[in-house]
Design a binder for this molecule. Structure first.
Ligand code: FAD
Length: 481
């Protein structure tokens, strides 16, 4: 069961990478026998990783290109960011499938649909870079992306069939300073950076030389974006403050404040109205301040400027205001795109559509980077994963020369959001069949069982409940990483 997101959710903001100063890109074919058809999957997220899991690896010559060598289980990232779960619980390594599958930790920068080639840039630290491991990371990553931005020698790959599953980036609405000074929550590295920052704020505020005003500023936690990601992170942070922080930093806990900002009149706009009101009431009772109809105009180091409020100092700012198109998708001009989301249009079999209106039989697009023409599916893991499953079935038939003409059908399994203190909301009111709404402890039980069920590997099926249990007994770990 997945949480469907009708409002856009945050995606990774990655800076536009400078054009590589590389001479000619080298062309590679994969090492698997040429007799098999080459299937290239771009992206190891909810869509791409599902295909990787389910594809017939004996019949296809599969190559995965992704700047990260792991799949991120996004629904549990907010829990990781506050230590309710450990980082290991929310990732699945892509390498699990190698050497059967060839994996390149790289960015795909250009697709030539006529020649059926891809131009890729390694997303690893450059070979010539000297220095310690941390210096290497610091030198090749930026605050917006914890992955090296594309370094070294470009290379080309050929494909027979291509799946585009590159997701989307975070929307910043070009608010100055967001990329430099805010935290995003898209993958496990972001979760780790946020967790470190939270503990930093308390340790800094604990120094005897600080004034109370400085302490309050450091312990002002601001979240911008009242969609499910912003709400769940606020709830998880509230749990942390009212458990371990209250126990270990009692006087500082009283100074800490959580504020959730949104430009819309209500939070959780994608949920049934009554559930949004339930969430707002719960947050108000818990002391989480909700500032709807508020516009952040500029962000600087440790402060932001809000139209309705003026200058707001903060210790941590988490930004989660929706999706912006992936630059790879932006760079494609030969295919039809959705006017608003700028995602690639596909037909009901998920094949991309050329500007001339023909479906390309060898290229499919799924997940947050794509929309079926004439249908509006939310940008969620639920949709990406169902499309991935559908496409893997189709490809497994294609490779056996069997027909697979059944169009993709989305089955809405409802929306869940955690609200803190073992309470949640569950919304299935937009589902076609059973219409249900649930709040409180029952919804929380649904939330936990849904994400436990969805967890992919046996290893994480053991780790996730183990950490839930350990942290319930011993409390969250406040070590700074
Ligand atoms: P992604 O999962 O984003 O994967 C994209 C992949 O492409 C990544 O591996 C990326 O590194 C790679 N990539 C990017 N650019 C390139 C390139 N140029 N070349 C090659 N690879 C590239 N949805 C729900 O349904 N329920 C939830 O509870 C839920 N919770 C969420 C919580 C958080 C914190 C976040 C951020 C999202 C959440 N979502 C949830 C939304 C869900 O995660 C996305 O809709 C889903 O990840 C989309 O899947 P995707 O495969 O299209 O993209």
């Amino acid at each position: 069961m997945f949480k469907a997101r009708l409002s856009v959710v945050c995606g990774r903001v990655q800076p536009r990478r400078a054009k590589p100063s590389v001479a000619a890109a080298r062309t590679f074919t994969s090492s698997a026998p040429r007799s098999k058809q080459r299937l290239v999957i771009l992206g190891s997220g909810w869509g791409g990783y599902e295909i990787l899991r389910a594809i017939d690896k004996k019949r296809w010559n599969v190559t995965m290109v992704s700047p990260t060598n792991a799949f991120n289980f996004t629904p549990l990232l907010a829990s990781c960011a506050v230590g309710t779960l450990e980082f290991r619980c929310v990732v699945e390594p892509v390498r699990r499938f190698s050497p059967q599958v060839v994996c390149y930790q790289a960015w795909c920068d250009t697709i030539d649909f006529k020649q059926k080639t891809l131009k890729c840039m390694p997303a690893t630290a450059p070979l010539e870079f000297e220095g310690s491991a941390s210096a290497r990371l610091a030198g090749t990553t930026t605050k917006e992306t914890s992955y090296p931005p594309g370094t070294g020698n470009a290379f080309n790959l050929r494909y027979d069939k291509l799946v585009i599953a590159v997701g989307a980036y975070s929307q910043t609405f070009n608010v100055p300073g967001v990329k430099e000074h805010a935290h995003f929550l898209k993958d496990v590295r972001d979760a780790r950076a946020i967790r470190t920052r939270i503990i930093d704020c308390f340790e800094q505020a604990n120094q005897p030389v600080l004034s109370d005003v400085q302490r309050r500023n450091l312990l002002n936690f601001c979240i911008v974006g009242g969609g499910p990601t912003g709400v769940e992170f606020s709830a998880e942070l509230h749990d942390l403050l009212h458990a371990e922080i209250e126990r270990h930093y009692p006087s500082l806990a009283r100074m800490a404040k959580i504020t959730l900002y949104d430009v819309a009149p209500n939070i959780l706009g994608s949920f049934d109205k009554s559930l949004g009101v339930y969430a707002e009431n719960k947050f108000r009772r818990d002391g989480i301040s909700i500032k709807t109809r508020h516009h952040v105009e500029r962000v600087e180091k440790d402060r932001m400027f809000v139209k309705e409020q003026g200058e707001v100092p903060f210790g941590l700012l988490v930004w989660s205001t929706g999706l912006a198109p992936n630059p790879l998708i932006q760079s494609i001009d030969s295919l039809e795109k959705h006017d608003k989301t700028q995602g690639l249009f596909t037909d009901q079999n998920l094949n991309v559509i050329t500007k001339e209106g023909h479906a390309d039989p060898d290229v499919w697009a799924i997940g947050d980077a794509a929309n079926i023409k004439g249908q509006l599916h939310p940008a969620t893991a639920q949709v990406a994963n169902q499309k991935g499953k559908y496409l893997a079935q189709k490809l497994n038939k294609i490779v056996k020369d069997q027909e697979h003409t059944k169009p993709f059908e989305f089955h809405n399994q409802g929306s869940l959001a955690y609200l803190g203190d073992w309470k949640a909301i569950y919304d299935r009111s937009s589902a076609d069949t059973v219409k249900t709404k649930e709040t409180g402890r029952v919804a929380w039980l649904l939330w936990r069982s849904a994400y436990f069920t969805m967890t992919l590997s046996i290893r994480n099926k053991i780790l996730v409940p183990t950490y839930w249990f350990l942290n319930w007994i011993f409390g969250r770990d406040l070590t700074r990483f």
